[in-house]
Design a protein around this ligand. Structure first.
Ligand code: 0A1
Ligand code: ZN
Length: 896
């Protein structure tokens, strides 16, 4: 698709190229082509005869013509993917009028209402794509979102066809002592030949993507939760026996989430049972199947010996996310997959707000923004950019993106800010209450959500809707002059061109702002301004003679602010702003400014020294501020990531001529760390003495651990010998994974005998524990060591490495692709390695393979030699026969 010649409408909606697809191109699905399904399926009965190598599925569907459509066609199209049909019956008799079309089963029905029965046979052991019914570690489990159900049986596999399910499952009692499905267990018994069976019924109509089944040798950690109306819910976390001791945190997180959703969003659970099952082979984090969540073990298992503080937080966040989906996703689902952000954006916002309440607002907000900038901003600036409500796709799995999830959450957060700012009551809640009331039991659209928020809160969101249509991160250039009545601030917003979209309309952007005074230190009152025009000037009240503008406080809007503040103003904001995010931002800005200028060779000797001095001054105030708690201090001490700097460097030139130089960025960032380590040696040592031995359970322990590792990392740049001693001591004395992993991370980057010794000790201690061995792979692939590439090559040959387990593949190769100095090696060997991974993984697990394309897809923003090498690798992939739909789509978009 040639985007440059694609016609545009003034709203900036992409109009897709209408050239006919190449003969073997997977078809493009378009949002505007939505049509309701001509049939309804009020009841679905499934009977599974389970076996790892062969499972027989008998489906009985009650179907009726959909009264909401005008279709009179006899055709009933049931989606299938790789299924063979053993038998079709209609109304109890064998039926011959059916055919296969591209994997789908097409039955021509004589009447308006029928019972259709179909028998299929599948081989879960051969299912390496992990979609549909697959085997993992001796158990059987399913993953049906987005289009996996069609790999189990023929069905209208689309989210707007809701049905109630009754499921019987039988299998070997030895192999599968536990048989789980959605809803409630309504029967069980013994069968022939060492088999047993269970029957489950889910009273809530659901789309097929929420179906789940698990059969295996599992044990549960259980504890009941009583809902506010008195329903006693049995909550179980199912794992393999050896993992049971690591499930308390998950169970407690579930209880906390259930309570929080009642308190904050008024949502109560609606079944007597809530099952969570941990599986070790899983493409994503977890899945919100009704009453039976399936989780990647990574987001269930945690204890201090094996999980870091960040891992504990991630478990809590993902447990909450899946639980919150029960309302935002399951009770109200999506009409079609273009509406994915309806459930995902909203649910991410809900899990973020929950974690803010549990972990602390300021630090959590900074972490969420860091994730957005590391994952979503690059996506929005690259060839895979799409609006949070995409307009077309070839493979929906490619649209489970940071844009749909994280930017989607930011967009709804802005609505919440607009509804709630300055008010005493939670006005946003009125909007969400109305949404839940109005659409309960339906498959809804993003438009339905926005309208409910408007109707419930009184907001007017006409222009705001552009956030759903327009891709790209808006940039706001800010200029200020001292006027008679205050500070006159002029905002010029632009939304960059993105694939298929040009000349976009101005966005409705809320910003929380305040004007402080640098001389008196007076902090101005915060106000909410709303930008709606390409350019507008707003006068803000002064709080003293030397105004300093604090802008986008709390990261009100997902935009890039271009401000020409004095460096002294940034130092002031970094030290004094009353908004913790603004303080973080000022420090980041100072570092970004210096690093981008230095990496672009814009600074002479004096300019370099001055830039570093300013960052050190700001850093000093962070290290020594007695008011800061260590958690916040640890956040503030993190320099901008290399990915963020890459984007800042490529985006710093509106003409797009300047490109990113990742190796220069890396070099300058390391040099800055060295200078901070040398200049602030005394302060860092003083701080280290305060934090080194804070006990694990101390309320200040978490923050202390964060700061401790940051200091060791700075010393690794300024005094490697000293850092090796510090980190070795930290490793040897650690009574928890946070300290152990932090120390090993520092050691991994050093050419020092302590490195290999501790890596071996870590491996020996945790051999057999898959999640911790994943960390062992990651630490080496992410390290600052100059020989990373050869380390990664050797690790790929390690007996513990396998391409069949997505966690293991990601632990080695995603980490490597995120390690700028290695991935961007001058000779292109890093790019070749990732392209080889894509090609090797694609036939095994296309969904996971396709996720490795985006690092290569950033070629247009990088200097020309590397760009050529990256593009050549993409072309090599594109030229390979038999690519999956997933990888084909990502590679062709990246080359367009
Ligand atoms: N809905 C899940 C994410 C998910 C999506 C696709 C999957 O398989 C391809 C699995 C999980 C969530 O948001 O948690
Ligand atoms: Zn989700």
């Amino acid at each position: 698709m040639d985007i440059a010649t694609t016609p545009q409408n003034p709203e900036g909606n992409p109009e897709l190229a209408d050239a006919a697809p190449m003969p073997h191109d997977p078809p493009v699905i378009r949002r505007e082509d939505y049509e309701p399904y001509p049939w309804i399926v009020p009841e679905t009965e499934l009977d599974f005869a389970l076996g790892i190598g062969s499972t027989r599925v008998a489906a009985r569907l009650k179907i009726k013509r959909n009264p909401g459509t005008e279709s009179t066609s006899p055709e009933l199209r049931l989606n299938g993917d790789g299924l063979t049909t053993e038998m079709v019956m209609v109304d109890g008799a064998r039926f011959g009028d059916w055919s296969m079309d591209e994997g789908d089963l097409v039955v021509n029905l004589p009447g308006e209402s029928h019972t259709v029965e179909i028998v299929t046979q599948i081989d879960p052991s051969a299912n390496t794509a992990l979609m549909g019914l697959f085997a993992s570690n001796g158990m059987l489990c399913t993953q049906c979102e987005a289009e996996g159900f069609r790999r189990i049986t023929f069905f209208p596999d689309r989210p707007d066809v809701l049905s109630t399910y009754r499921v019987k499952m039988s299998g070997s009692k030895d192999r599968f002592p536990i048989l789980l499905c959605n809803g409630n267990k309504v029967g069980e018994g013994e069968g022939d030949g060492g088999t047993h069976w269970a029957e489950w019924h889910d009273p809530w109509p659901k789309p097929s993507y929420l179906f789940a089944l698990v059969a295996g040798d599992l044990v549960a950690n259980s504890a009941p939760f009583t809902t506010r109306s008195g329903r006693v819910v049995e909550c179980n976390v199912w794992v393999r026996e050896e993992d049971l001791a690591r499930t308390d945190h998950a169970l407690q997180s579930l209880h906390r989430s259930m309570k929080w959703d009642e308190d904050v969003f008024g949502r109560e659970y609606d079944l007597d049972l809530y099952n969570i099952v941990a599986v070790s082979d899983f493409n994503m984090g977890a899945m919100e199947n009704k009453g039976l969540n399936v989780f990647n073990t990574k987001y269930v298992l945690a204890d201090p010996d094996t999980a870091t503080d960040a891992d504990f937080d991630a478990v809590e966040g993902v447990i909450a996310h899946e639980y919150f989906h029960n309302w935002s996703g399951n009770r109200i689902t999506c009409r079609d997959w273009f509406q994915l952000s309806l459930k995902e954006g909203f649910t991410v916002l809900r899990d973020q707000l929950f974690s803010q309440d549990v972990q602390g607002e300021a630090v959590k907000r900074i972490e969420d923004v860091r994730i957005l900038r590391a994952a979503q901003f690059p996506e929005d600036a690259g060839p895979l950019a799409h609006p949070i409500r995409p307009d077309s796709y070839r493979e929906i799995s490619n649209f489970y993106t940071a844009t749909v999830y994280n930017k989607g959450a930011e967009v709804i957060r802005m609505m919440r800010t607009l509804a709630n700012f300055g008010g005493q009551v939670d006005n946003f809640r009125k909007g969400t209450d109305l949404y839940f009331d109005r659409h309960d039991g339906e498959a809804a659209t993003c438009e339905d959500f926005i309208t409910a928020i408007e109707d419930g809160t009184g907001l007017e969101l006409a222009q705001f809707r552009r956030w759903y249509r327009q891709a790209g991160t808006p940039r706001i250039a800010v200029r200020q002059t001292l006027g008679d009545d205050g500070l006159d601030v002029t905002f010029r917003q632009t939304v960059p061109d993105t694939p298929g979209q040009r000349n976009k309309g101005a966005m409705h952007i809320p910003l929380r702002v305040a004007v402080h005074c640098r001389e008196t230190g007076a902090l101005g009152a915060e106000q909410l301004i709303e930008l709606r025009q390409d350019e507008q000037t707003i006068t803000l009240p002064l709080s003293g003679p030397f105004p300093v503008l604090s802008i986008n406080r709390g990261f009100t809007a997902p935009v890039i602010i271009e401000r020409e503040l004095d460096s002294a103003d940034l130092v002031f904001l970094a030290a004094k702003d009353d908004d913790p995010f603004a303080r973080y931002e000022a420090l980041q800005d100072l570092a970004v400014r210096h690093l981008v200028a230095a990496a672009s060779q814009q600074l002479d000797q004096a300019g370099r020294a001055e830039g570093k001095r300013l960052v050190c001054d700001a850093f000093r105030s962070i290290l020594t501020d007695p008011e800061l708690d260590h958690s916040m201090r640890g956040e503030l001490m993190m320099l901008p990531s290399e990915t963020y700097l890459f984007e800042a460097m490529a985006g710093s030139d509106p003409a797009g001529i300047r490109k990113a130089e990742p190796l220069e960025i890396h070099k300058e960032r390391e040099q800055l760390k060295t200078v901070i380590g040398v200049t602030l040696k005394r302060e860092l040592e003083g701080l280290y003495a305060q934090v080194a031995d804070v006990p694990y359970d101390d309320p200040a322990g978490r923050g202390a651990r964060k700061v401790k590792t940051q200091i060791a990392a700075l010393f690794a740049a300024s005094d490697p010998e000293r850092a090796a001693i510090m980190a070795s001591r930290q490793f040897d004395q650690a009574d928890n994974m946070t300290d152990r992993q932090g120390a090993l991370m520092v050691l991994c980057g050093l050419k020092h005998p302590a490195r290999d010794e501790r890596l071996q000790a870590f491996y020996d201690r945790y051999q057999g524990n898959a999640l911790v061995i994943d960390k062992w792979f990651t630490l080496q692939a992410l390290s600052l060591h100059p020989d990373v590439l050869s380390h990664v090559k050797a690790l790929a040959e390690h007996p513990d490495f396998t391409m069949k387990n997505p966690n293991r593949v990601r632990s080695l190769y995603m980490a490597f692709a995120g390690n700028a100095h290695a991935f961007h090696a001058q000779d292109g060997s890093g790019y070749r390695m990732i392209a080889d991974v894509i090609l090797a993984l694609d036939p095994i697990n296309p969904q996971t393979a396709a996720r490795f394309v985006s690092p290569l897809g950033r070629w247009r923003r990088i200097e020309s030699v590397k760009a050529g090498l990256m593009k050549a690798e993409l072309e090599r992939i594109a030229g390979t026969e038999g690519l999956s739909r997933d990888t084909f789509e990502q590679v062709s978009r990246s080359l367009d």
